[in-house]
Design a protein around this ligand. Structure first.
Ligand code: SAM
Length: 226
């Protein structure tokens, strides 16, 4: 499943959805999203910004780092926020906490790249990733960073959200508001999460990987819809 197929499936759960994407790049996902209100945030869009009002619907581009965008005071709430900006644990944690604040009631958050595809993809900085690959002659340029740490963090520290990771793609984590019980979360220290390396993250497997259709059923059930 492509990123936009997952997100459009989630947006279709809302009557007139509002959408936020943090980290847009060339807009492969953003331009395939179907929502009457769309907001894009990226300090380095890889396309010329369209003139305001030239696209159908209410579409706004903020050529800013996400910290600066969220610090600006947001006057709308989003039904789906897709977080795919800088791939470090610290940045995704800030983006997540900010996205929680600008969610509509019932709003869903999607976090990209939570399951690194290799050891080098999980290295915490792009610079280290490039140095490591260059030394070993690895041509696969994947870099997902240590975003994976957000999964055990949310599991332990954000029981207000239920979550799962989409089975049919590279690892999109979907979060929706439904309290998890004490038994339904693992207790960890912040230090354990900071020190969780790639191998142990994969072995511990906090991702709750499941088919997208099952995730949608759980979200509907959490709203009392069959
Ligand atoms: C993996 S790409 C996004 C891909 C896009 N979401 C898609 O599905 O096609 C990551 C993007 O995050 C942007 N980025 C990096 N740091 C950022 C920050 N602090 N705030 C927002 N975006 C950031 C980069 O400029 C890059 O375009």
């Amino acid at each position: 499943m492509q990123r936009h197929e997952v997100i459009n499936g989630l947006l279709s759960l809302f009557p007139a959805p509002t959408y936020l994407e943090v980290g847009v790049d060339a807009g492969v996902t953003f331009f395939a999203i179907e929502a009457p209100v769309k907001v894009a945030v990226d300090p380095h869009f890889k396309f010329p910004l369209p003139e305001p009002g030239s696209l159908p619907g209410d579409v706004t581009f903020f050529p800013l780092e996400s910290d600066r965008y969220f610090a600006g005071g947001i006057d709308r709430k989003f039904d789906v926020a897709f977080l795919d900006g800088l791939h470090s644990f610290e940045q995704i944690l800030k983006d997540f906490i900010n996205a929680v604040d600008v969610r509509s009631p019932g709003g869903i958050i999607v976090i990209d790249d939570v399951i690194p595809s290799s050891y080098h993809a999980a290295l915490p900085t792009l610079d280290l990733n490039v140095q490591f690959r260059t030394r070993l002659g690895i041509s696969d340029g994947s870099w997902m960073g240590d975003v994976y740490r957000i999964v055990p963090f949310i599991d332990t520290f954000y029981p207000q959200f239920s979550y799962a990771t989409v089975l049919e793609n590279h690892g999109q984590m979907v979060l929706w508001p439904k309290q998890r019980s004490l038994e339904d979360r693992q207790q960890r220290t912040v230090e354990e999460i900071i020190r969780l390396d790639y191998a142990h993250a994969i072995l511990e497997n906090p991702f709750r990987i499941m088919p997208f259709a099952e995730i949608v059923s759980l979200i509907k059930a959490s709203r009392g819809v069959g």
